[in-house]
Design a protein around this ligand. Structure first.
Ligand code: SAM
Length: 309
């Protein structure tokens, strides 16, 4: 049961507000798992860019470089390898030619939560640096009409660079606050990978992951997330699917956002695909959602699929 007795199990130096929120939310067993996840040395991971290579090509190239890897059962395109090998991978032609994309495993989940019928209109509302945009183009072999929106100019430049390196030539990039997009625009699929506090990505031995963390950040993120979700739902076609995700494990940025915005919106939650059930997860008060436990391979992450009725 959640309760104050769990507090001391979190790594020293973790922001007090974060400890209290986790303690309030999760059972003693889950707090222990989160604490271990924050304390582990996280592995690196990458994804094959199907526009350029097949997963077999990636496996062969990594093998030739002497990089040992493991593949999760839920995604053939994903490869997990030791952090110490990341520099070698970044220096390789695989990376510089855009044949792979370095990305945490959890971040690969949203585009796997729905299908993308050929020719469908897709909006990635908060797109930079392009992990999910490039993955959508990869899984659809470029057969979806993808629009990527990002409000930060510098990050939008990074997005364009990554799109170009990955060979994603057809993506339409909008530099705009997604809340201000014309609601006249309508999409079959929307990815809302919302800005968040990053509470799922914290590492005990990396102060940079904790420095920016504050109660104010969580509350501001929650407000922005609700505004973005309302806007996203207003641009979703009937029968269309929106994937809401954050790299936070705090209810204020996840379950509470859904519980406030969804009632009366004409949209409903749909369960995530069975293949993703093997991912280590925490119990969510939204049973249709996937709440990934931070660990050695995964950052903490939340993802939910929502369909417009
Ligand atoms: N989806 C990206 C990926 O997979 O690479 C990561 C997105 S990151 C979690 C959130 C992004 O949203 C940031 O690049 C941030 O600049 C952008 N952002 C923040 N507020 C926004 C807004 N109002 N409209 C559009 N983008 C926004």
């Amino acid at each position: 049961m959640p309760g104050p007795e769990n507090k001391n199990i979190f790594p020293e130096g973790l922001p007090q507000f974060l400890k209290e929120e986790l303690d309030r939310t999760y059972s003693a067993q889950e707090c222990l798992l989160i604490s271990q996840g924050y304390s582990s040395c996280r592995d690196s991971s990458l994804r094959t860019n199907r526009l350029k290579d097949a997963p077999e090509d990636t496996a062969e190239a990594l093998g030739a470089m002497g990089v040992s890897f493991r593949q999760p059962g839920w995604y053939r395109d994903a490869f997990i390898f030791a952090r110490e090998d990341e520099e070698k991978v970044r220096g390789s032609a695989l990376f510089t030619e855009g044949r792979i994309y370095l990305q945490n495993l959890s971040s690969m989940i949203p585009p796997l939560m729905t299908d993308f019928p050929d020719g469908c209109d897709v909006l990635d509302m908060c797109a930079a640096p392009g992990g999910k945009t490039t993955q959508i183009v990869s899984v659809t072999a470029g057969k979806a009409n993808v629009t990527a929106c990002e409000n930060d100019r510098i990050r939008a430049d990074r997005l364009r660079f990554n799109l170009s390196r990955q060979g994603c030539r057809t993506v339409n990039v909008l530099v705009s606050d997604a809340r201000k997009l014309d609601s006249f625009l309508k999409f079959d699929r929307i990815i809302l990978d919302a800005p968040c506090s990053g509470s799922g990505t914290v590492l005990a031995d990396d102060p940079s992951t904790q420095r920016a963390f504050s109660e104010k950040l969580v509350l501001n993120s929650s407000r922005l997330q609700k505004q973005l979700l309302r806007k996203g739902l207003s641009m979703l076609k009937k029968g269309g699917v929106l994937i809401y995700s954050t790299c936070s494990i705090l209810p204020k940025e996840n379950e509470e956002v859904l519980k406030e915005v969804l009632p009366g919106s004409g949209a409903e939650l749909i369960p995530f695909p069975d293949e993703l059930r093997e991912i280590p997860s925490l119990e969510s008060t939204v049973p249709e959602a996937l709440l990934v436990c931070p660990g050695r391979e995964h950052e903490g992450f939340f993802a939910a699929a929502i369909r417009k009725k």
